[in-house]
Design a protein around this ligand. Structure first.
Ligand code: FRU
Length: 425
């Protein structure tokens, strides 16, 4: 163990040091006025009645700031036909893009890729607009020539210079060049074969160039092998399968399509199996790292919620300490514990804005997994399948507080100033 500031756990993973999310820290995960989102009602109409829309990301620049193309905002979402059972949507997910002039009214531009994207289907990623080039990093899931649906995950990147922003629409129609960028190495990052029963993860790439050092990084969700030497697990053999981590690769050449793996930034060994959609926001001189996870992904004996969890550090590579002691930043109310999921944060007007999708509304089961026990029509009726209301979050060092909400799909950028927050009742 290396010297560490109070509240920060560092250890060695492979031959590099990394930060840990510890069982002790998770003991203080509790619902508080500062972290519980209000009940979010579904919008009158979904953005697109024909689509389930879930994980969403906004176009960003190299430094993770939300950016625009000739004044247009662009968002990308995982989508599936709305007439399918919501829990089956992951098996057919494809990325569609949306554009907006004012950050409130959004139009669907259609499917982003044609058939030459890697994978049987595509899961989450991010989009970087850099000097007229669009890079979309995504998770290639399964191999396109597999007959059965498989969950093999590889990190892919696609690039095109063909982004046309006219007076009435944004057209992104390729051609695209696709590449597989990263696969797990079996040392820092578990391969599918090494995974011990729980669904393995190697997905959700997130491009981020450190604004202080200029180092380009690609963050992603993965699993880190747990050994007898993992400092935070002790004798907890039952919890060892729960080994979610935030992985990172760096690009020594600066090329967004060339990456070398490095040791994880944060490891949830014996705490949580899925640290989903990791991303960093540079705010007030600090590095804030965020992930989403589910209640049922916490190791046995840990009480956690579906939520947005965060950490803060003075440098991109850490050491990271959890926000609010436990890491919990946003969760759902106890009587609607699965209403929002897959939160993404960006910095705007001194606040953090947090968007997410409406998951299962009006469902109070023990765990999200229990949804499968409901009749299929009820599962469909309760699934929101569009973006929820944007949350406004105040942050001061390692403390955060929900300040209020904006409308569904209201994603302010640029110089749009926010009204005084009104307390939701
Ligand atoms: C989060 C998530 C992502 C994954 C996608 C698959 O909601 O699990 O980690 O890329 O959904 O649909």
């Amino acid at each position: 163990m290396v010297d560490r500031p109070l509240g920060d756990e560092r250890g060695v993973q492979g031959d590099r040091s990394c930060s840990y999310w510890t069982r002790e820290q998770t003991e203080s995960i509790t619902r508080e006025a500062t972290n519980v989102a209000p009940i979010i009602d579904p919008p009158q109409t979904r953005l697109d009645e024909d689509l389930h829309i879930w994980d969403t990301w906004l176009l960003r620049d190299r430094y993770g700031e939300v950016t625009t193309v000739d004044g247009w905002q662009v968002a990308f979402s995982l989508t599936a036909p709305a007439d399918m059972l919501p829990s089956d949507r992951h098996d057919v997910a494809s990325i569609r893009y949306f554009y907006s002039r004012d950050g409130k009214q959004w139009e669907c531009g259609g499917e982003l890729f044609d058939d030459d994207a890697y994978g049987q289907r595509q899961w989450s990623g991010c989009a970087l607009y850099d000097d007229g080039d669009l890079y979309v990093f995504y998770t290639a899931v399964g191999h396109s020539d597999d007959v059965e649906t498989t969950d093999t995950q590889r990190i892919a990147g696609a690039t095109t210079a063909s982004v046309t922003a006219g007076s009435a629409e944004v057209v992104i129609d390729g051609p695209w060049t696709h590449e597989i960028l990263l696969e797990p190495d079996g040392n820092w990052y578990e391969t599918e074969d090494q995974s011990g029963g729980l669904t393995y993860t190697f997905r959700d790439p997130w491009f981020y160039e450190d604004p202080e050092t200029g180092e380009p990084c690609l963050l992603f969700e993965a699993n880190a092998p747990v050994t007898d030497e993992t400092p935070v697990c002790g004798d907890d053999t039952a919890g060892r399968q729960y080994n979610g981590c935030v992985g990172v690769a760096v690009s020594p050449t600066g090329d967004p399509l060339e990456w070398e793996l490095r040791a994880p930034l944060l490891v949830g060994a014996c705490v949580n199996h899925e640290l989903e959609r990791p991303h960093v926001v540079h705010h007030d001189g600090h590095y804030y790292l965020f992930i989403s996870t589910h209640k049922h992904r916490f190791a046995p004996g840990i009480q956690g919620y579906d939520g947005l969890y965060g950490w803060v550090a003075a440098s991109l590579h850490g050491p990271y300490r959890p926000l609010n002691d436990s890491g919990l930043v946003v969760t759902n109310p106890a009587d609607a514990p699965f209403q929002l999921y897959s939160w993404m944060v960006y910095s705007h007007d001194e606040e953090l804005l947090v968007h997410s999708f409406l998951n299962y509304l009006d469902f109070e089961g023990e765990s999200l997994e229990a949804i499968a026990e409901l009749p299929e029509t009820e599962q469909t009726q309760r699934f929101g399948g569009t973006l929820g209301q944007t949350l406004r979050v105040g942050v001061d060092g390692d403390r955060t507080e929900i300040l209020g909400t904006l409308d569904h799909w209201h994603l302010p950028t640029g110089d749009e100033s926010l009204p005084e927050p009104v307390e939701d009742t």
